[in-house]
Design a protein around this ligand. Structure first.
Ligand SMILES: [Zn+2]
Length: 169
């Protein structure tokens, strides 16, 4: 149910760098777990089997952060491996909080250790005010409008979390 505006706002709140290349990388990373839609839409694979599975796993995201730690280009030094992981994990966490039916389209947060899907519908009632699903143009636009409204509070909250984390480093 969560769409790009919220994921991006949360990730930008966690980021400290003002380097445009890093900001672009942060937004791309915030949306990266949903690139699994390319498998679904591009190859016609079943959405139930591929969306919110490996790409949303905290374990895979931690492994990706370790890889990033070793291969990070000089141009993106402002995007450290811990922030890299936090941004990916924020995507999965927000998806969990926006899931109405965990069995149907919850997040496989610990794939491949367990295929259990997680979902706690904390934000679902807010989205439901604006429609049932984002999978139509009207739904997509309604939900995006809602997320634009929520972007600042989400950015502010994640900014505060980022401050706490950077103070503890
Ligand atoms: Zn997602």
């Amino acid at each position: 149910m969560a769409l790009p505006v919220s994921h991006s706002a949360i990730a930008l709140g966690l980021n400290r760098s003002r380097d445009p290349a890093v900001i672009l990388a942060v937004v791309t990373l915030a949306l990266a777990p949903d690139f699994d839609f390319l498998l679904v839409w591009g190859f016609g694979l079943p959405i139930q089997s591929f969306h919110r599975t490996f790409s949303h796993s905290l374990l895979v995201q931690a492994a990706a952060a370790l890889v990033w730690w070793r291969v990070r280009p000089m141009r993106l030094q402002g995007l450290g491996p811990f922030l890299f992981f936090l941004i990916l994990a924020s995507h999965s966490t927000y998806d969990v909080l926006c899931t109405a039916d965990s069995a149907d389209h919850g997040v496989m947060a610990f794939w491949p250790v367990t295929l259990e899907r997680f979902g706690w519908p904390v934000f679902v009632p807010i989205y439901r005010i604006f429609g049932e699903s984002p999978f139509s143009w009207q739904g997509f636009l309604s939900f995006t409008a809602l997320e634009c409204f929520l972007a600042w509070p989400f950015w502010r909250l994640s900014r505060s979390l980022g401050n706490v984390l950077s103070d503890s480093e």
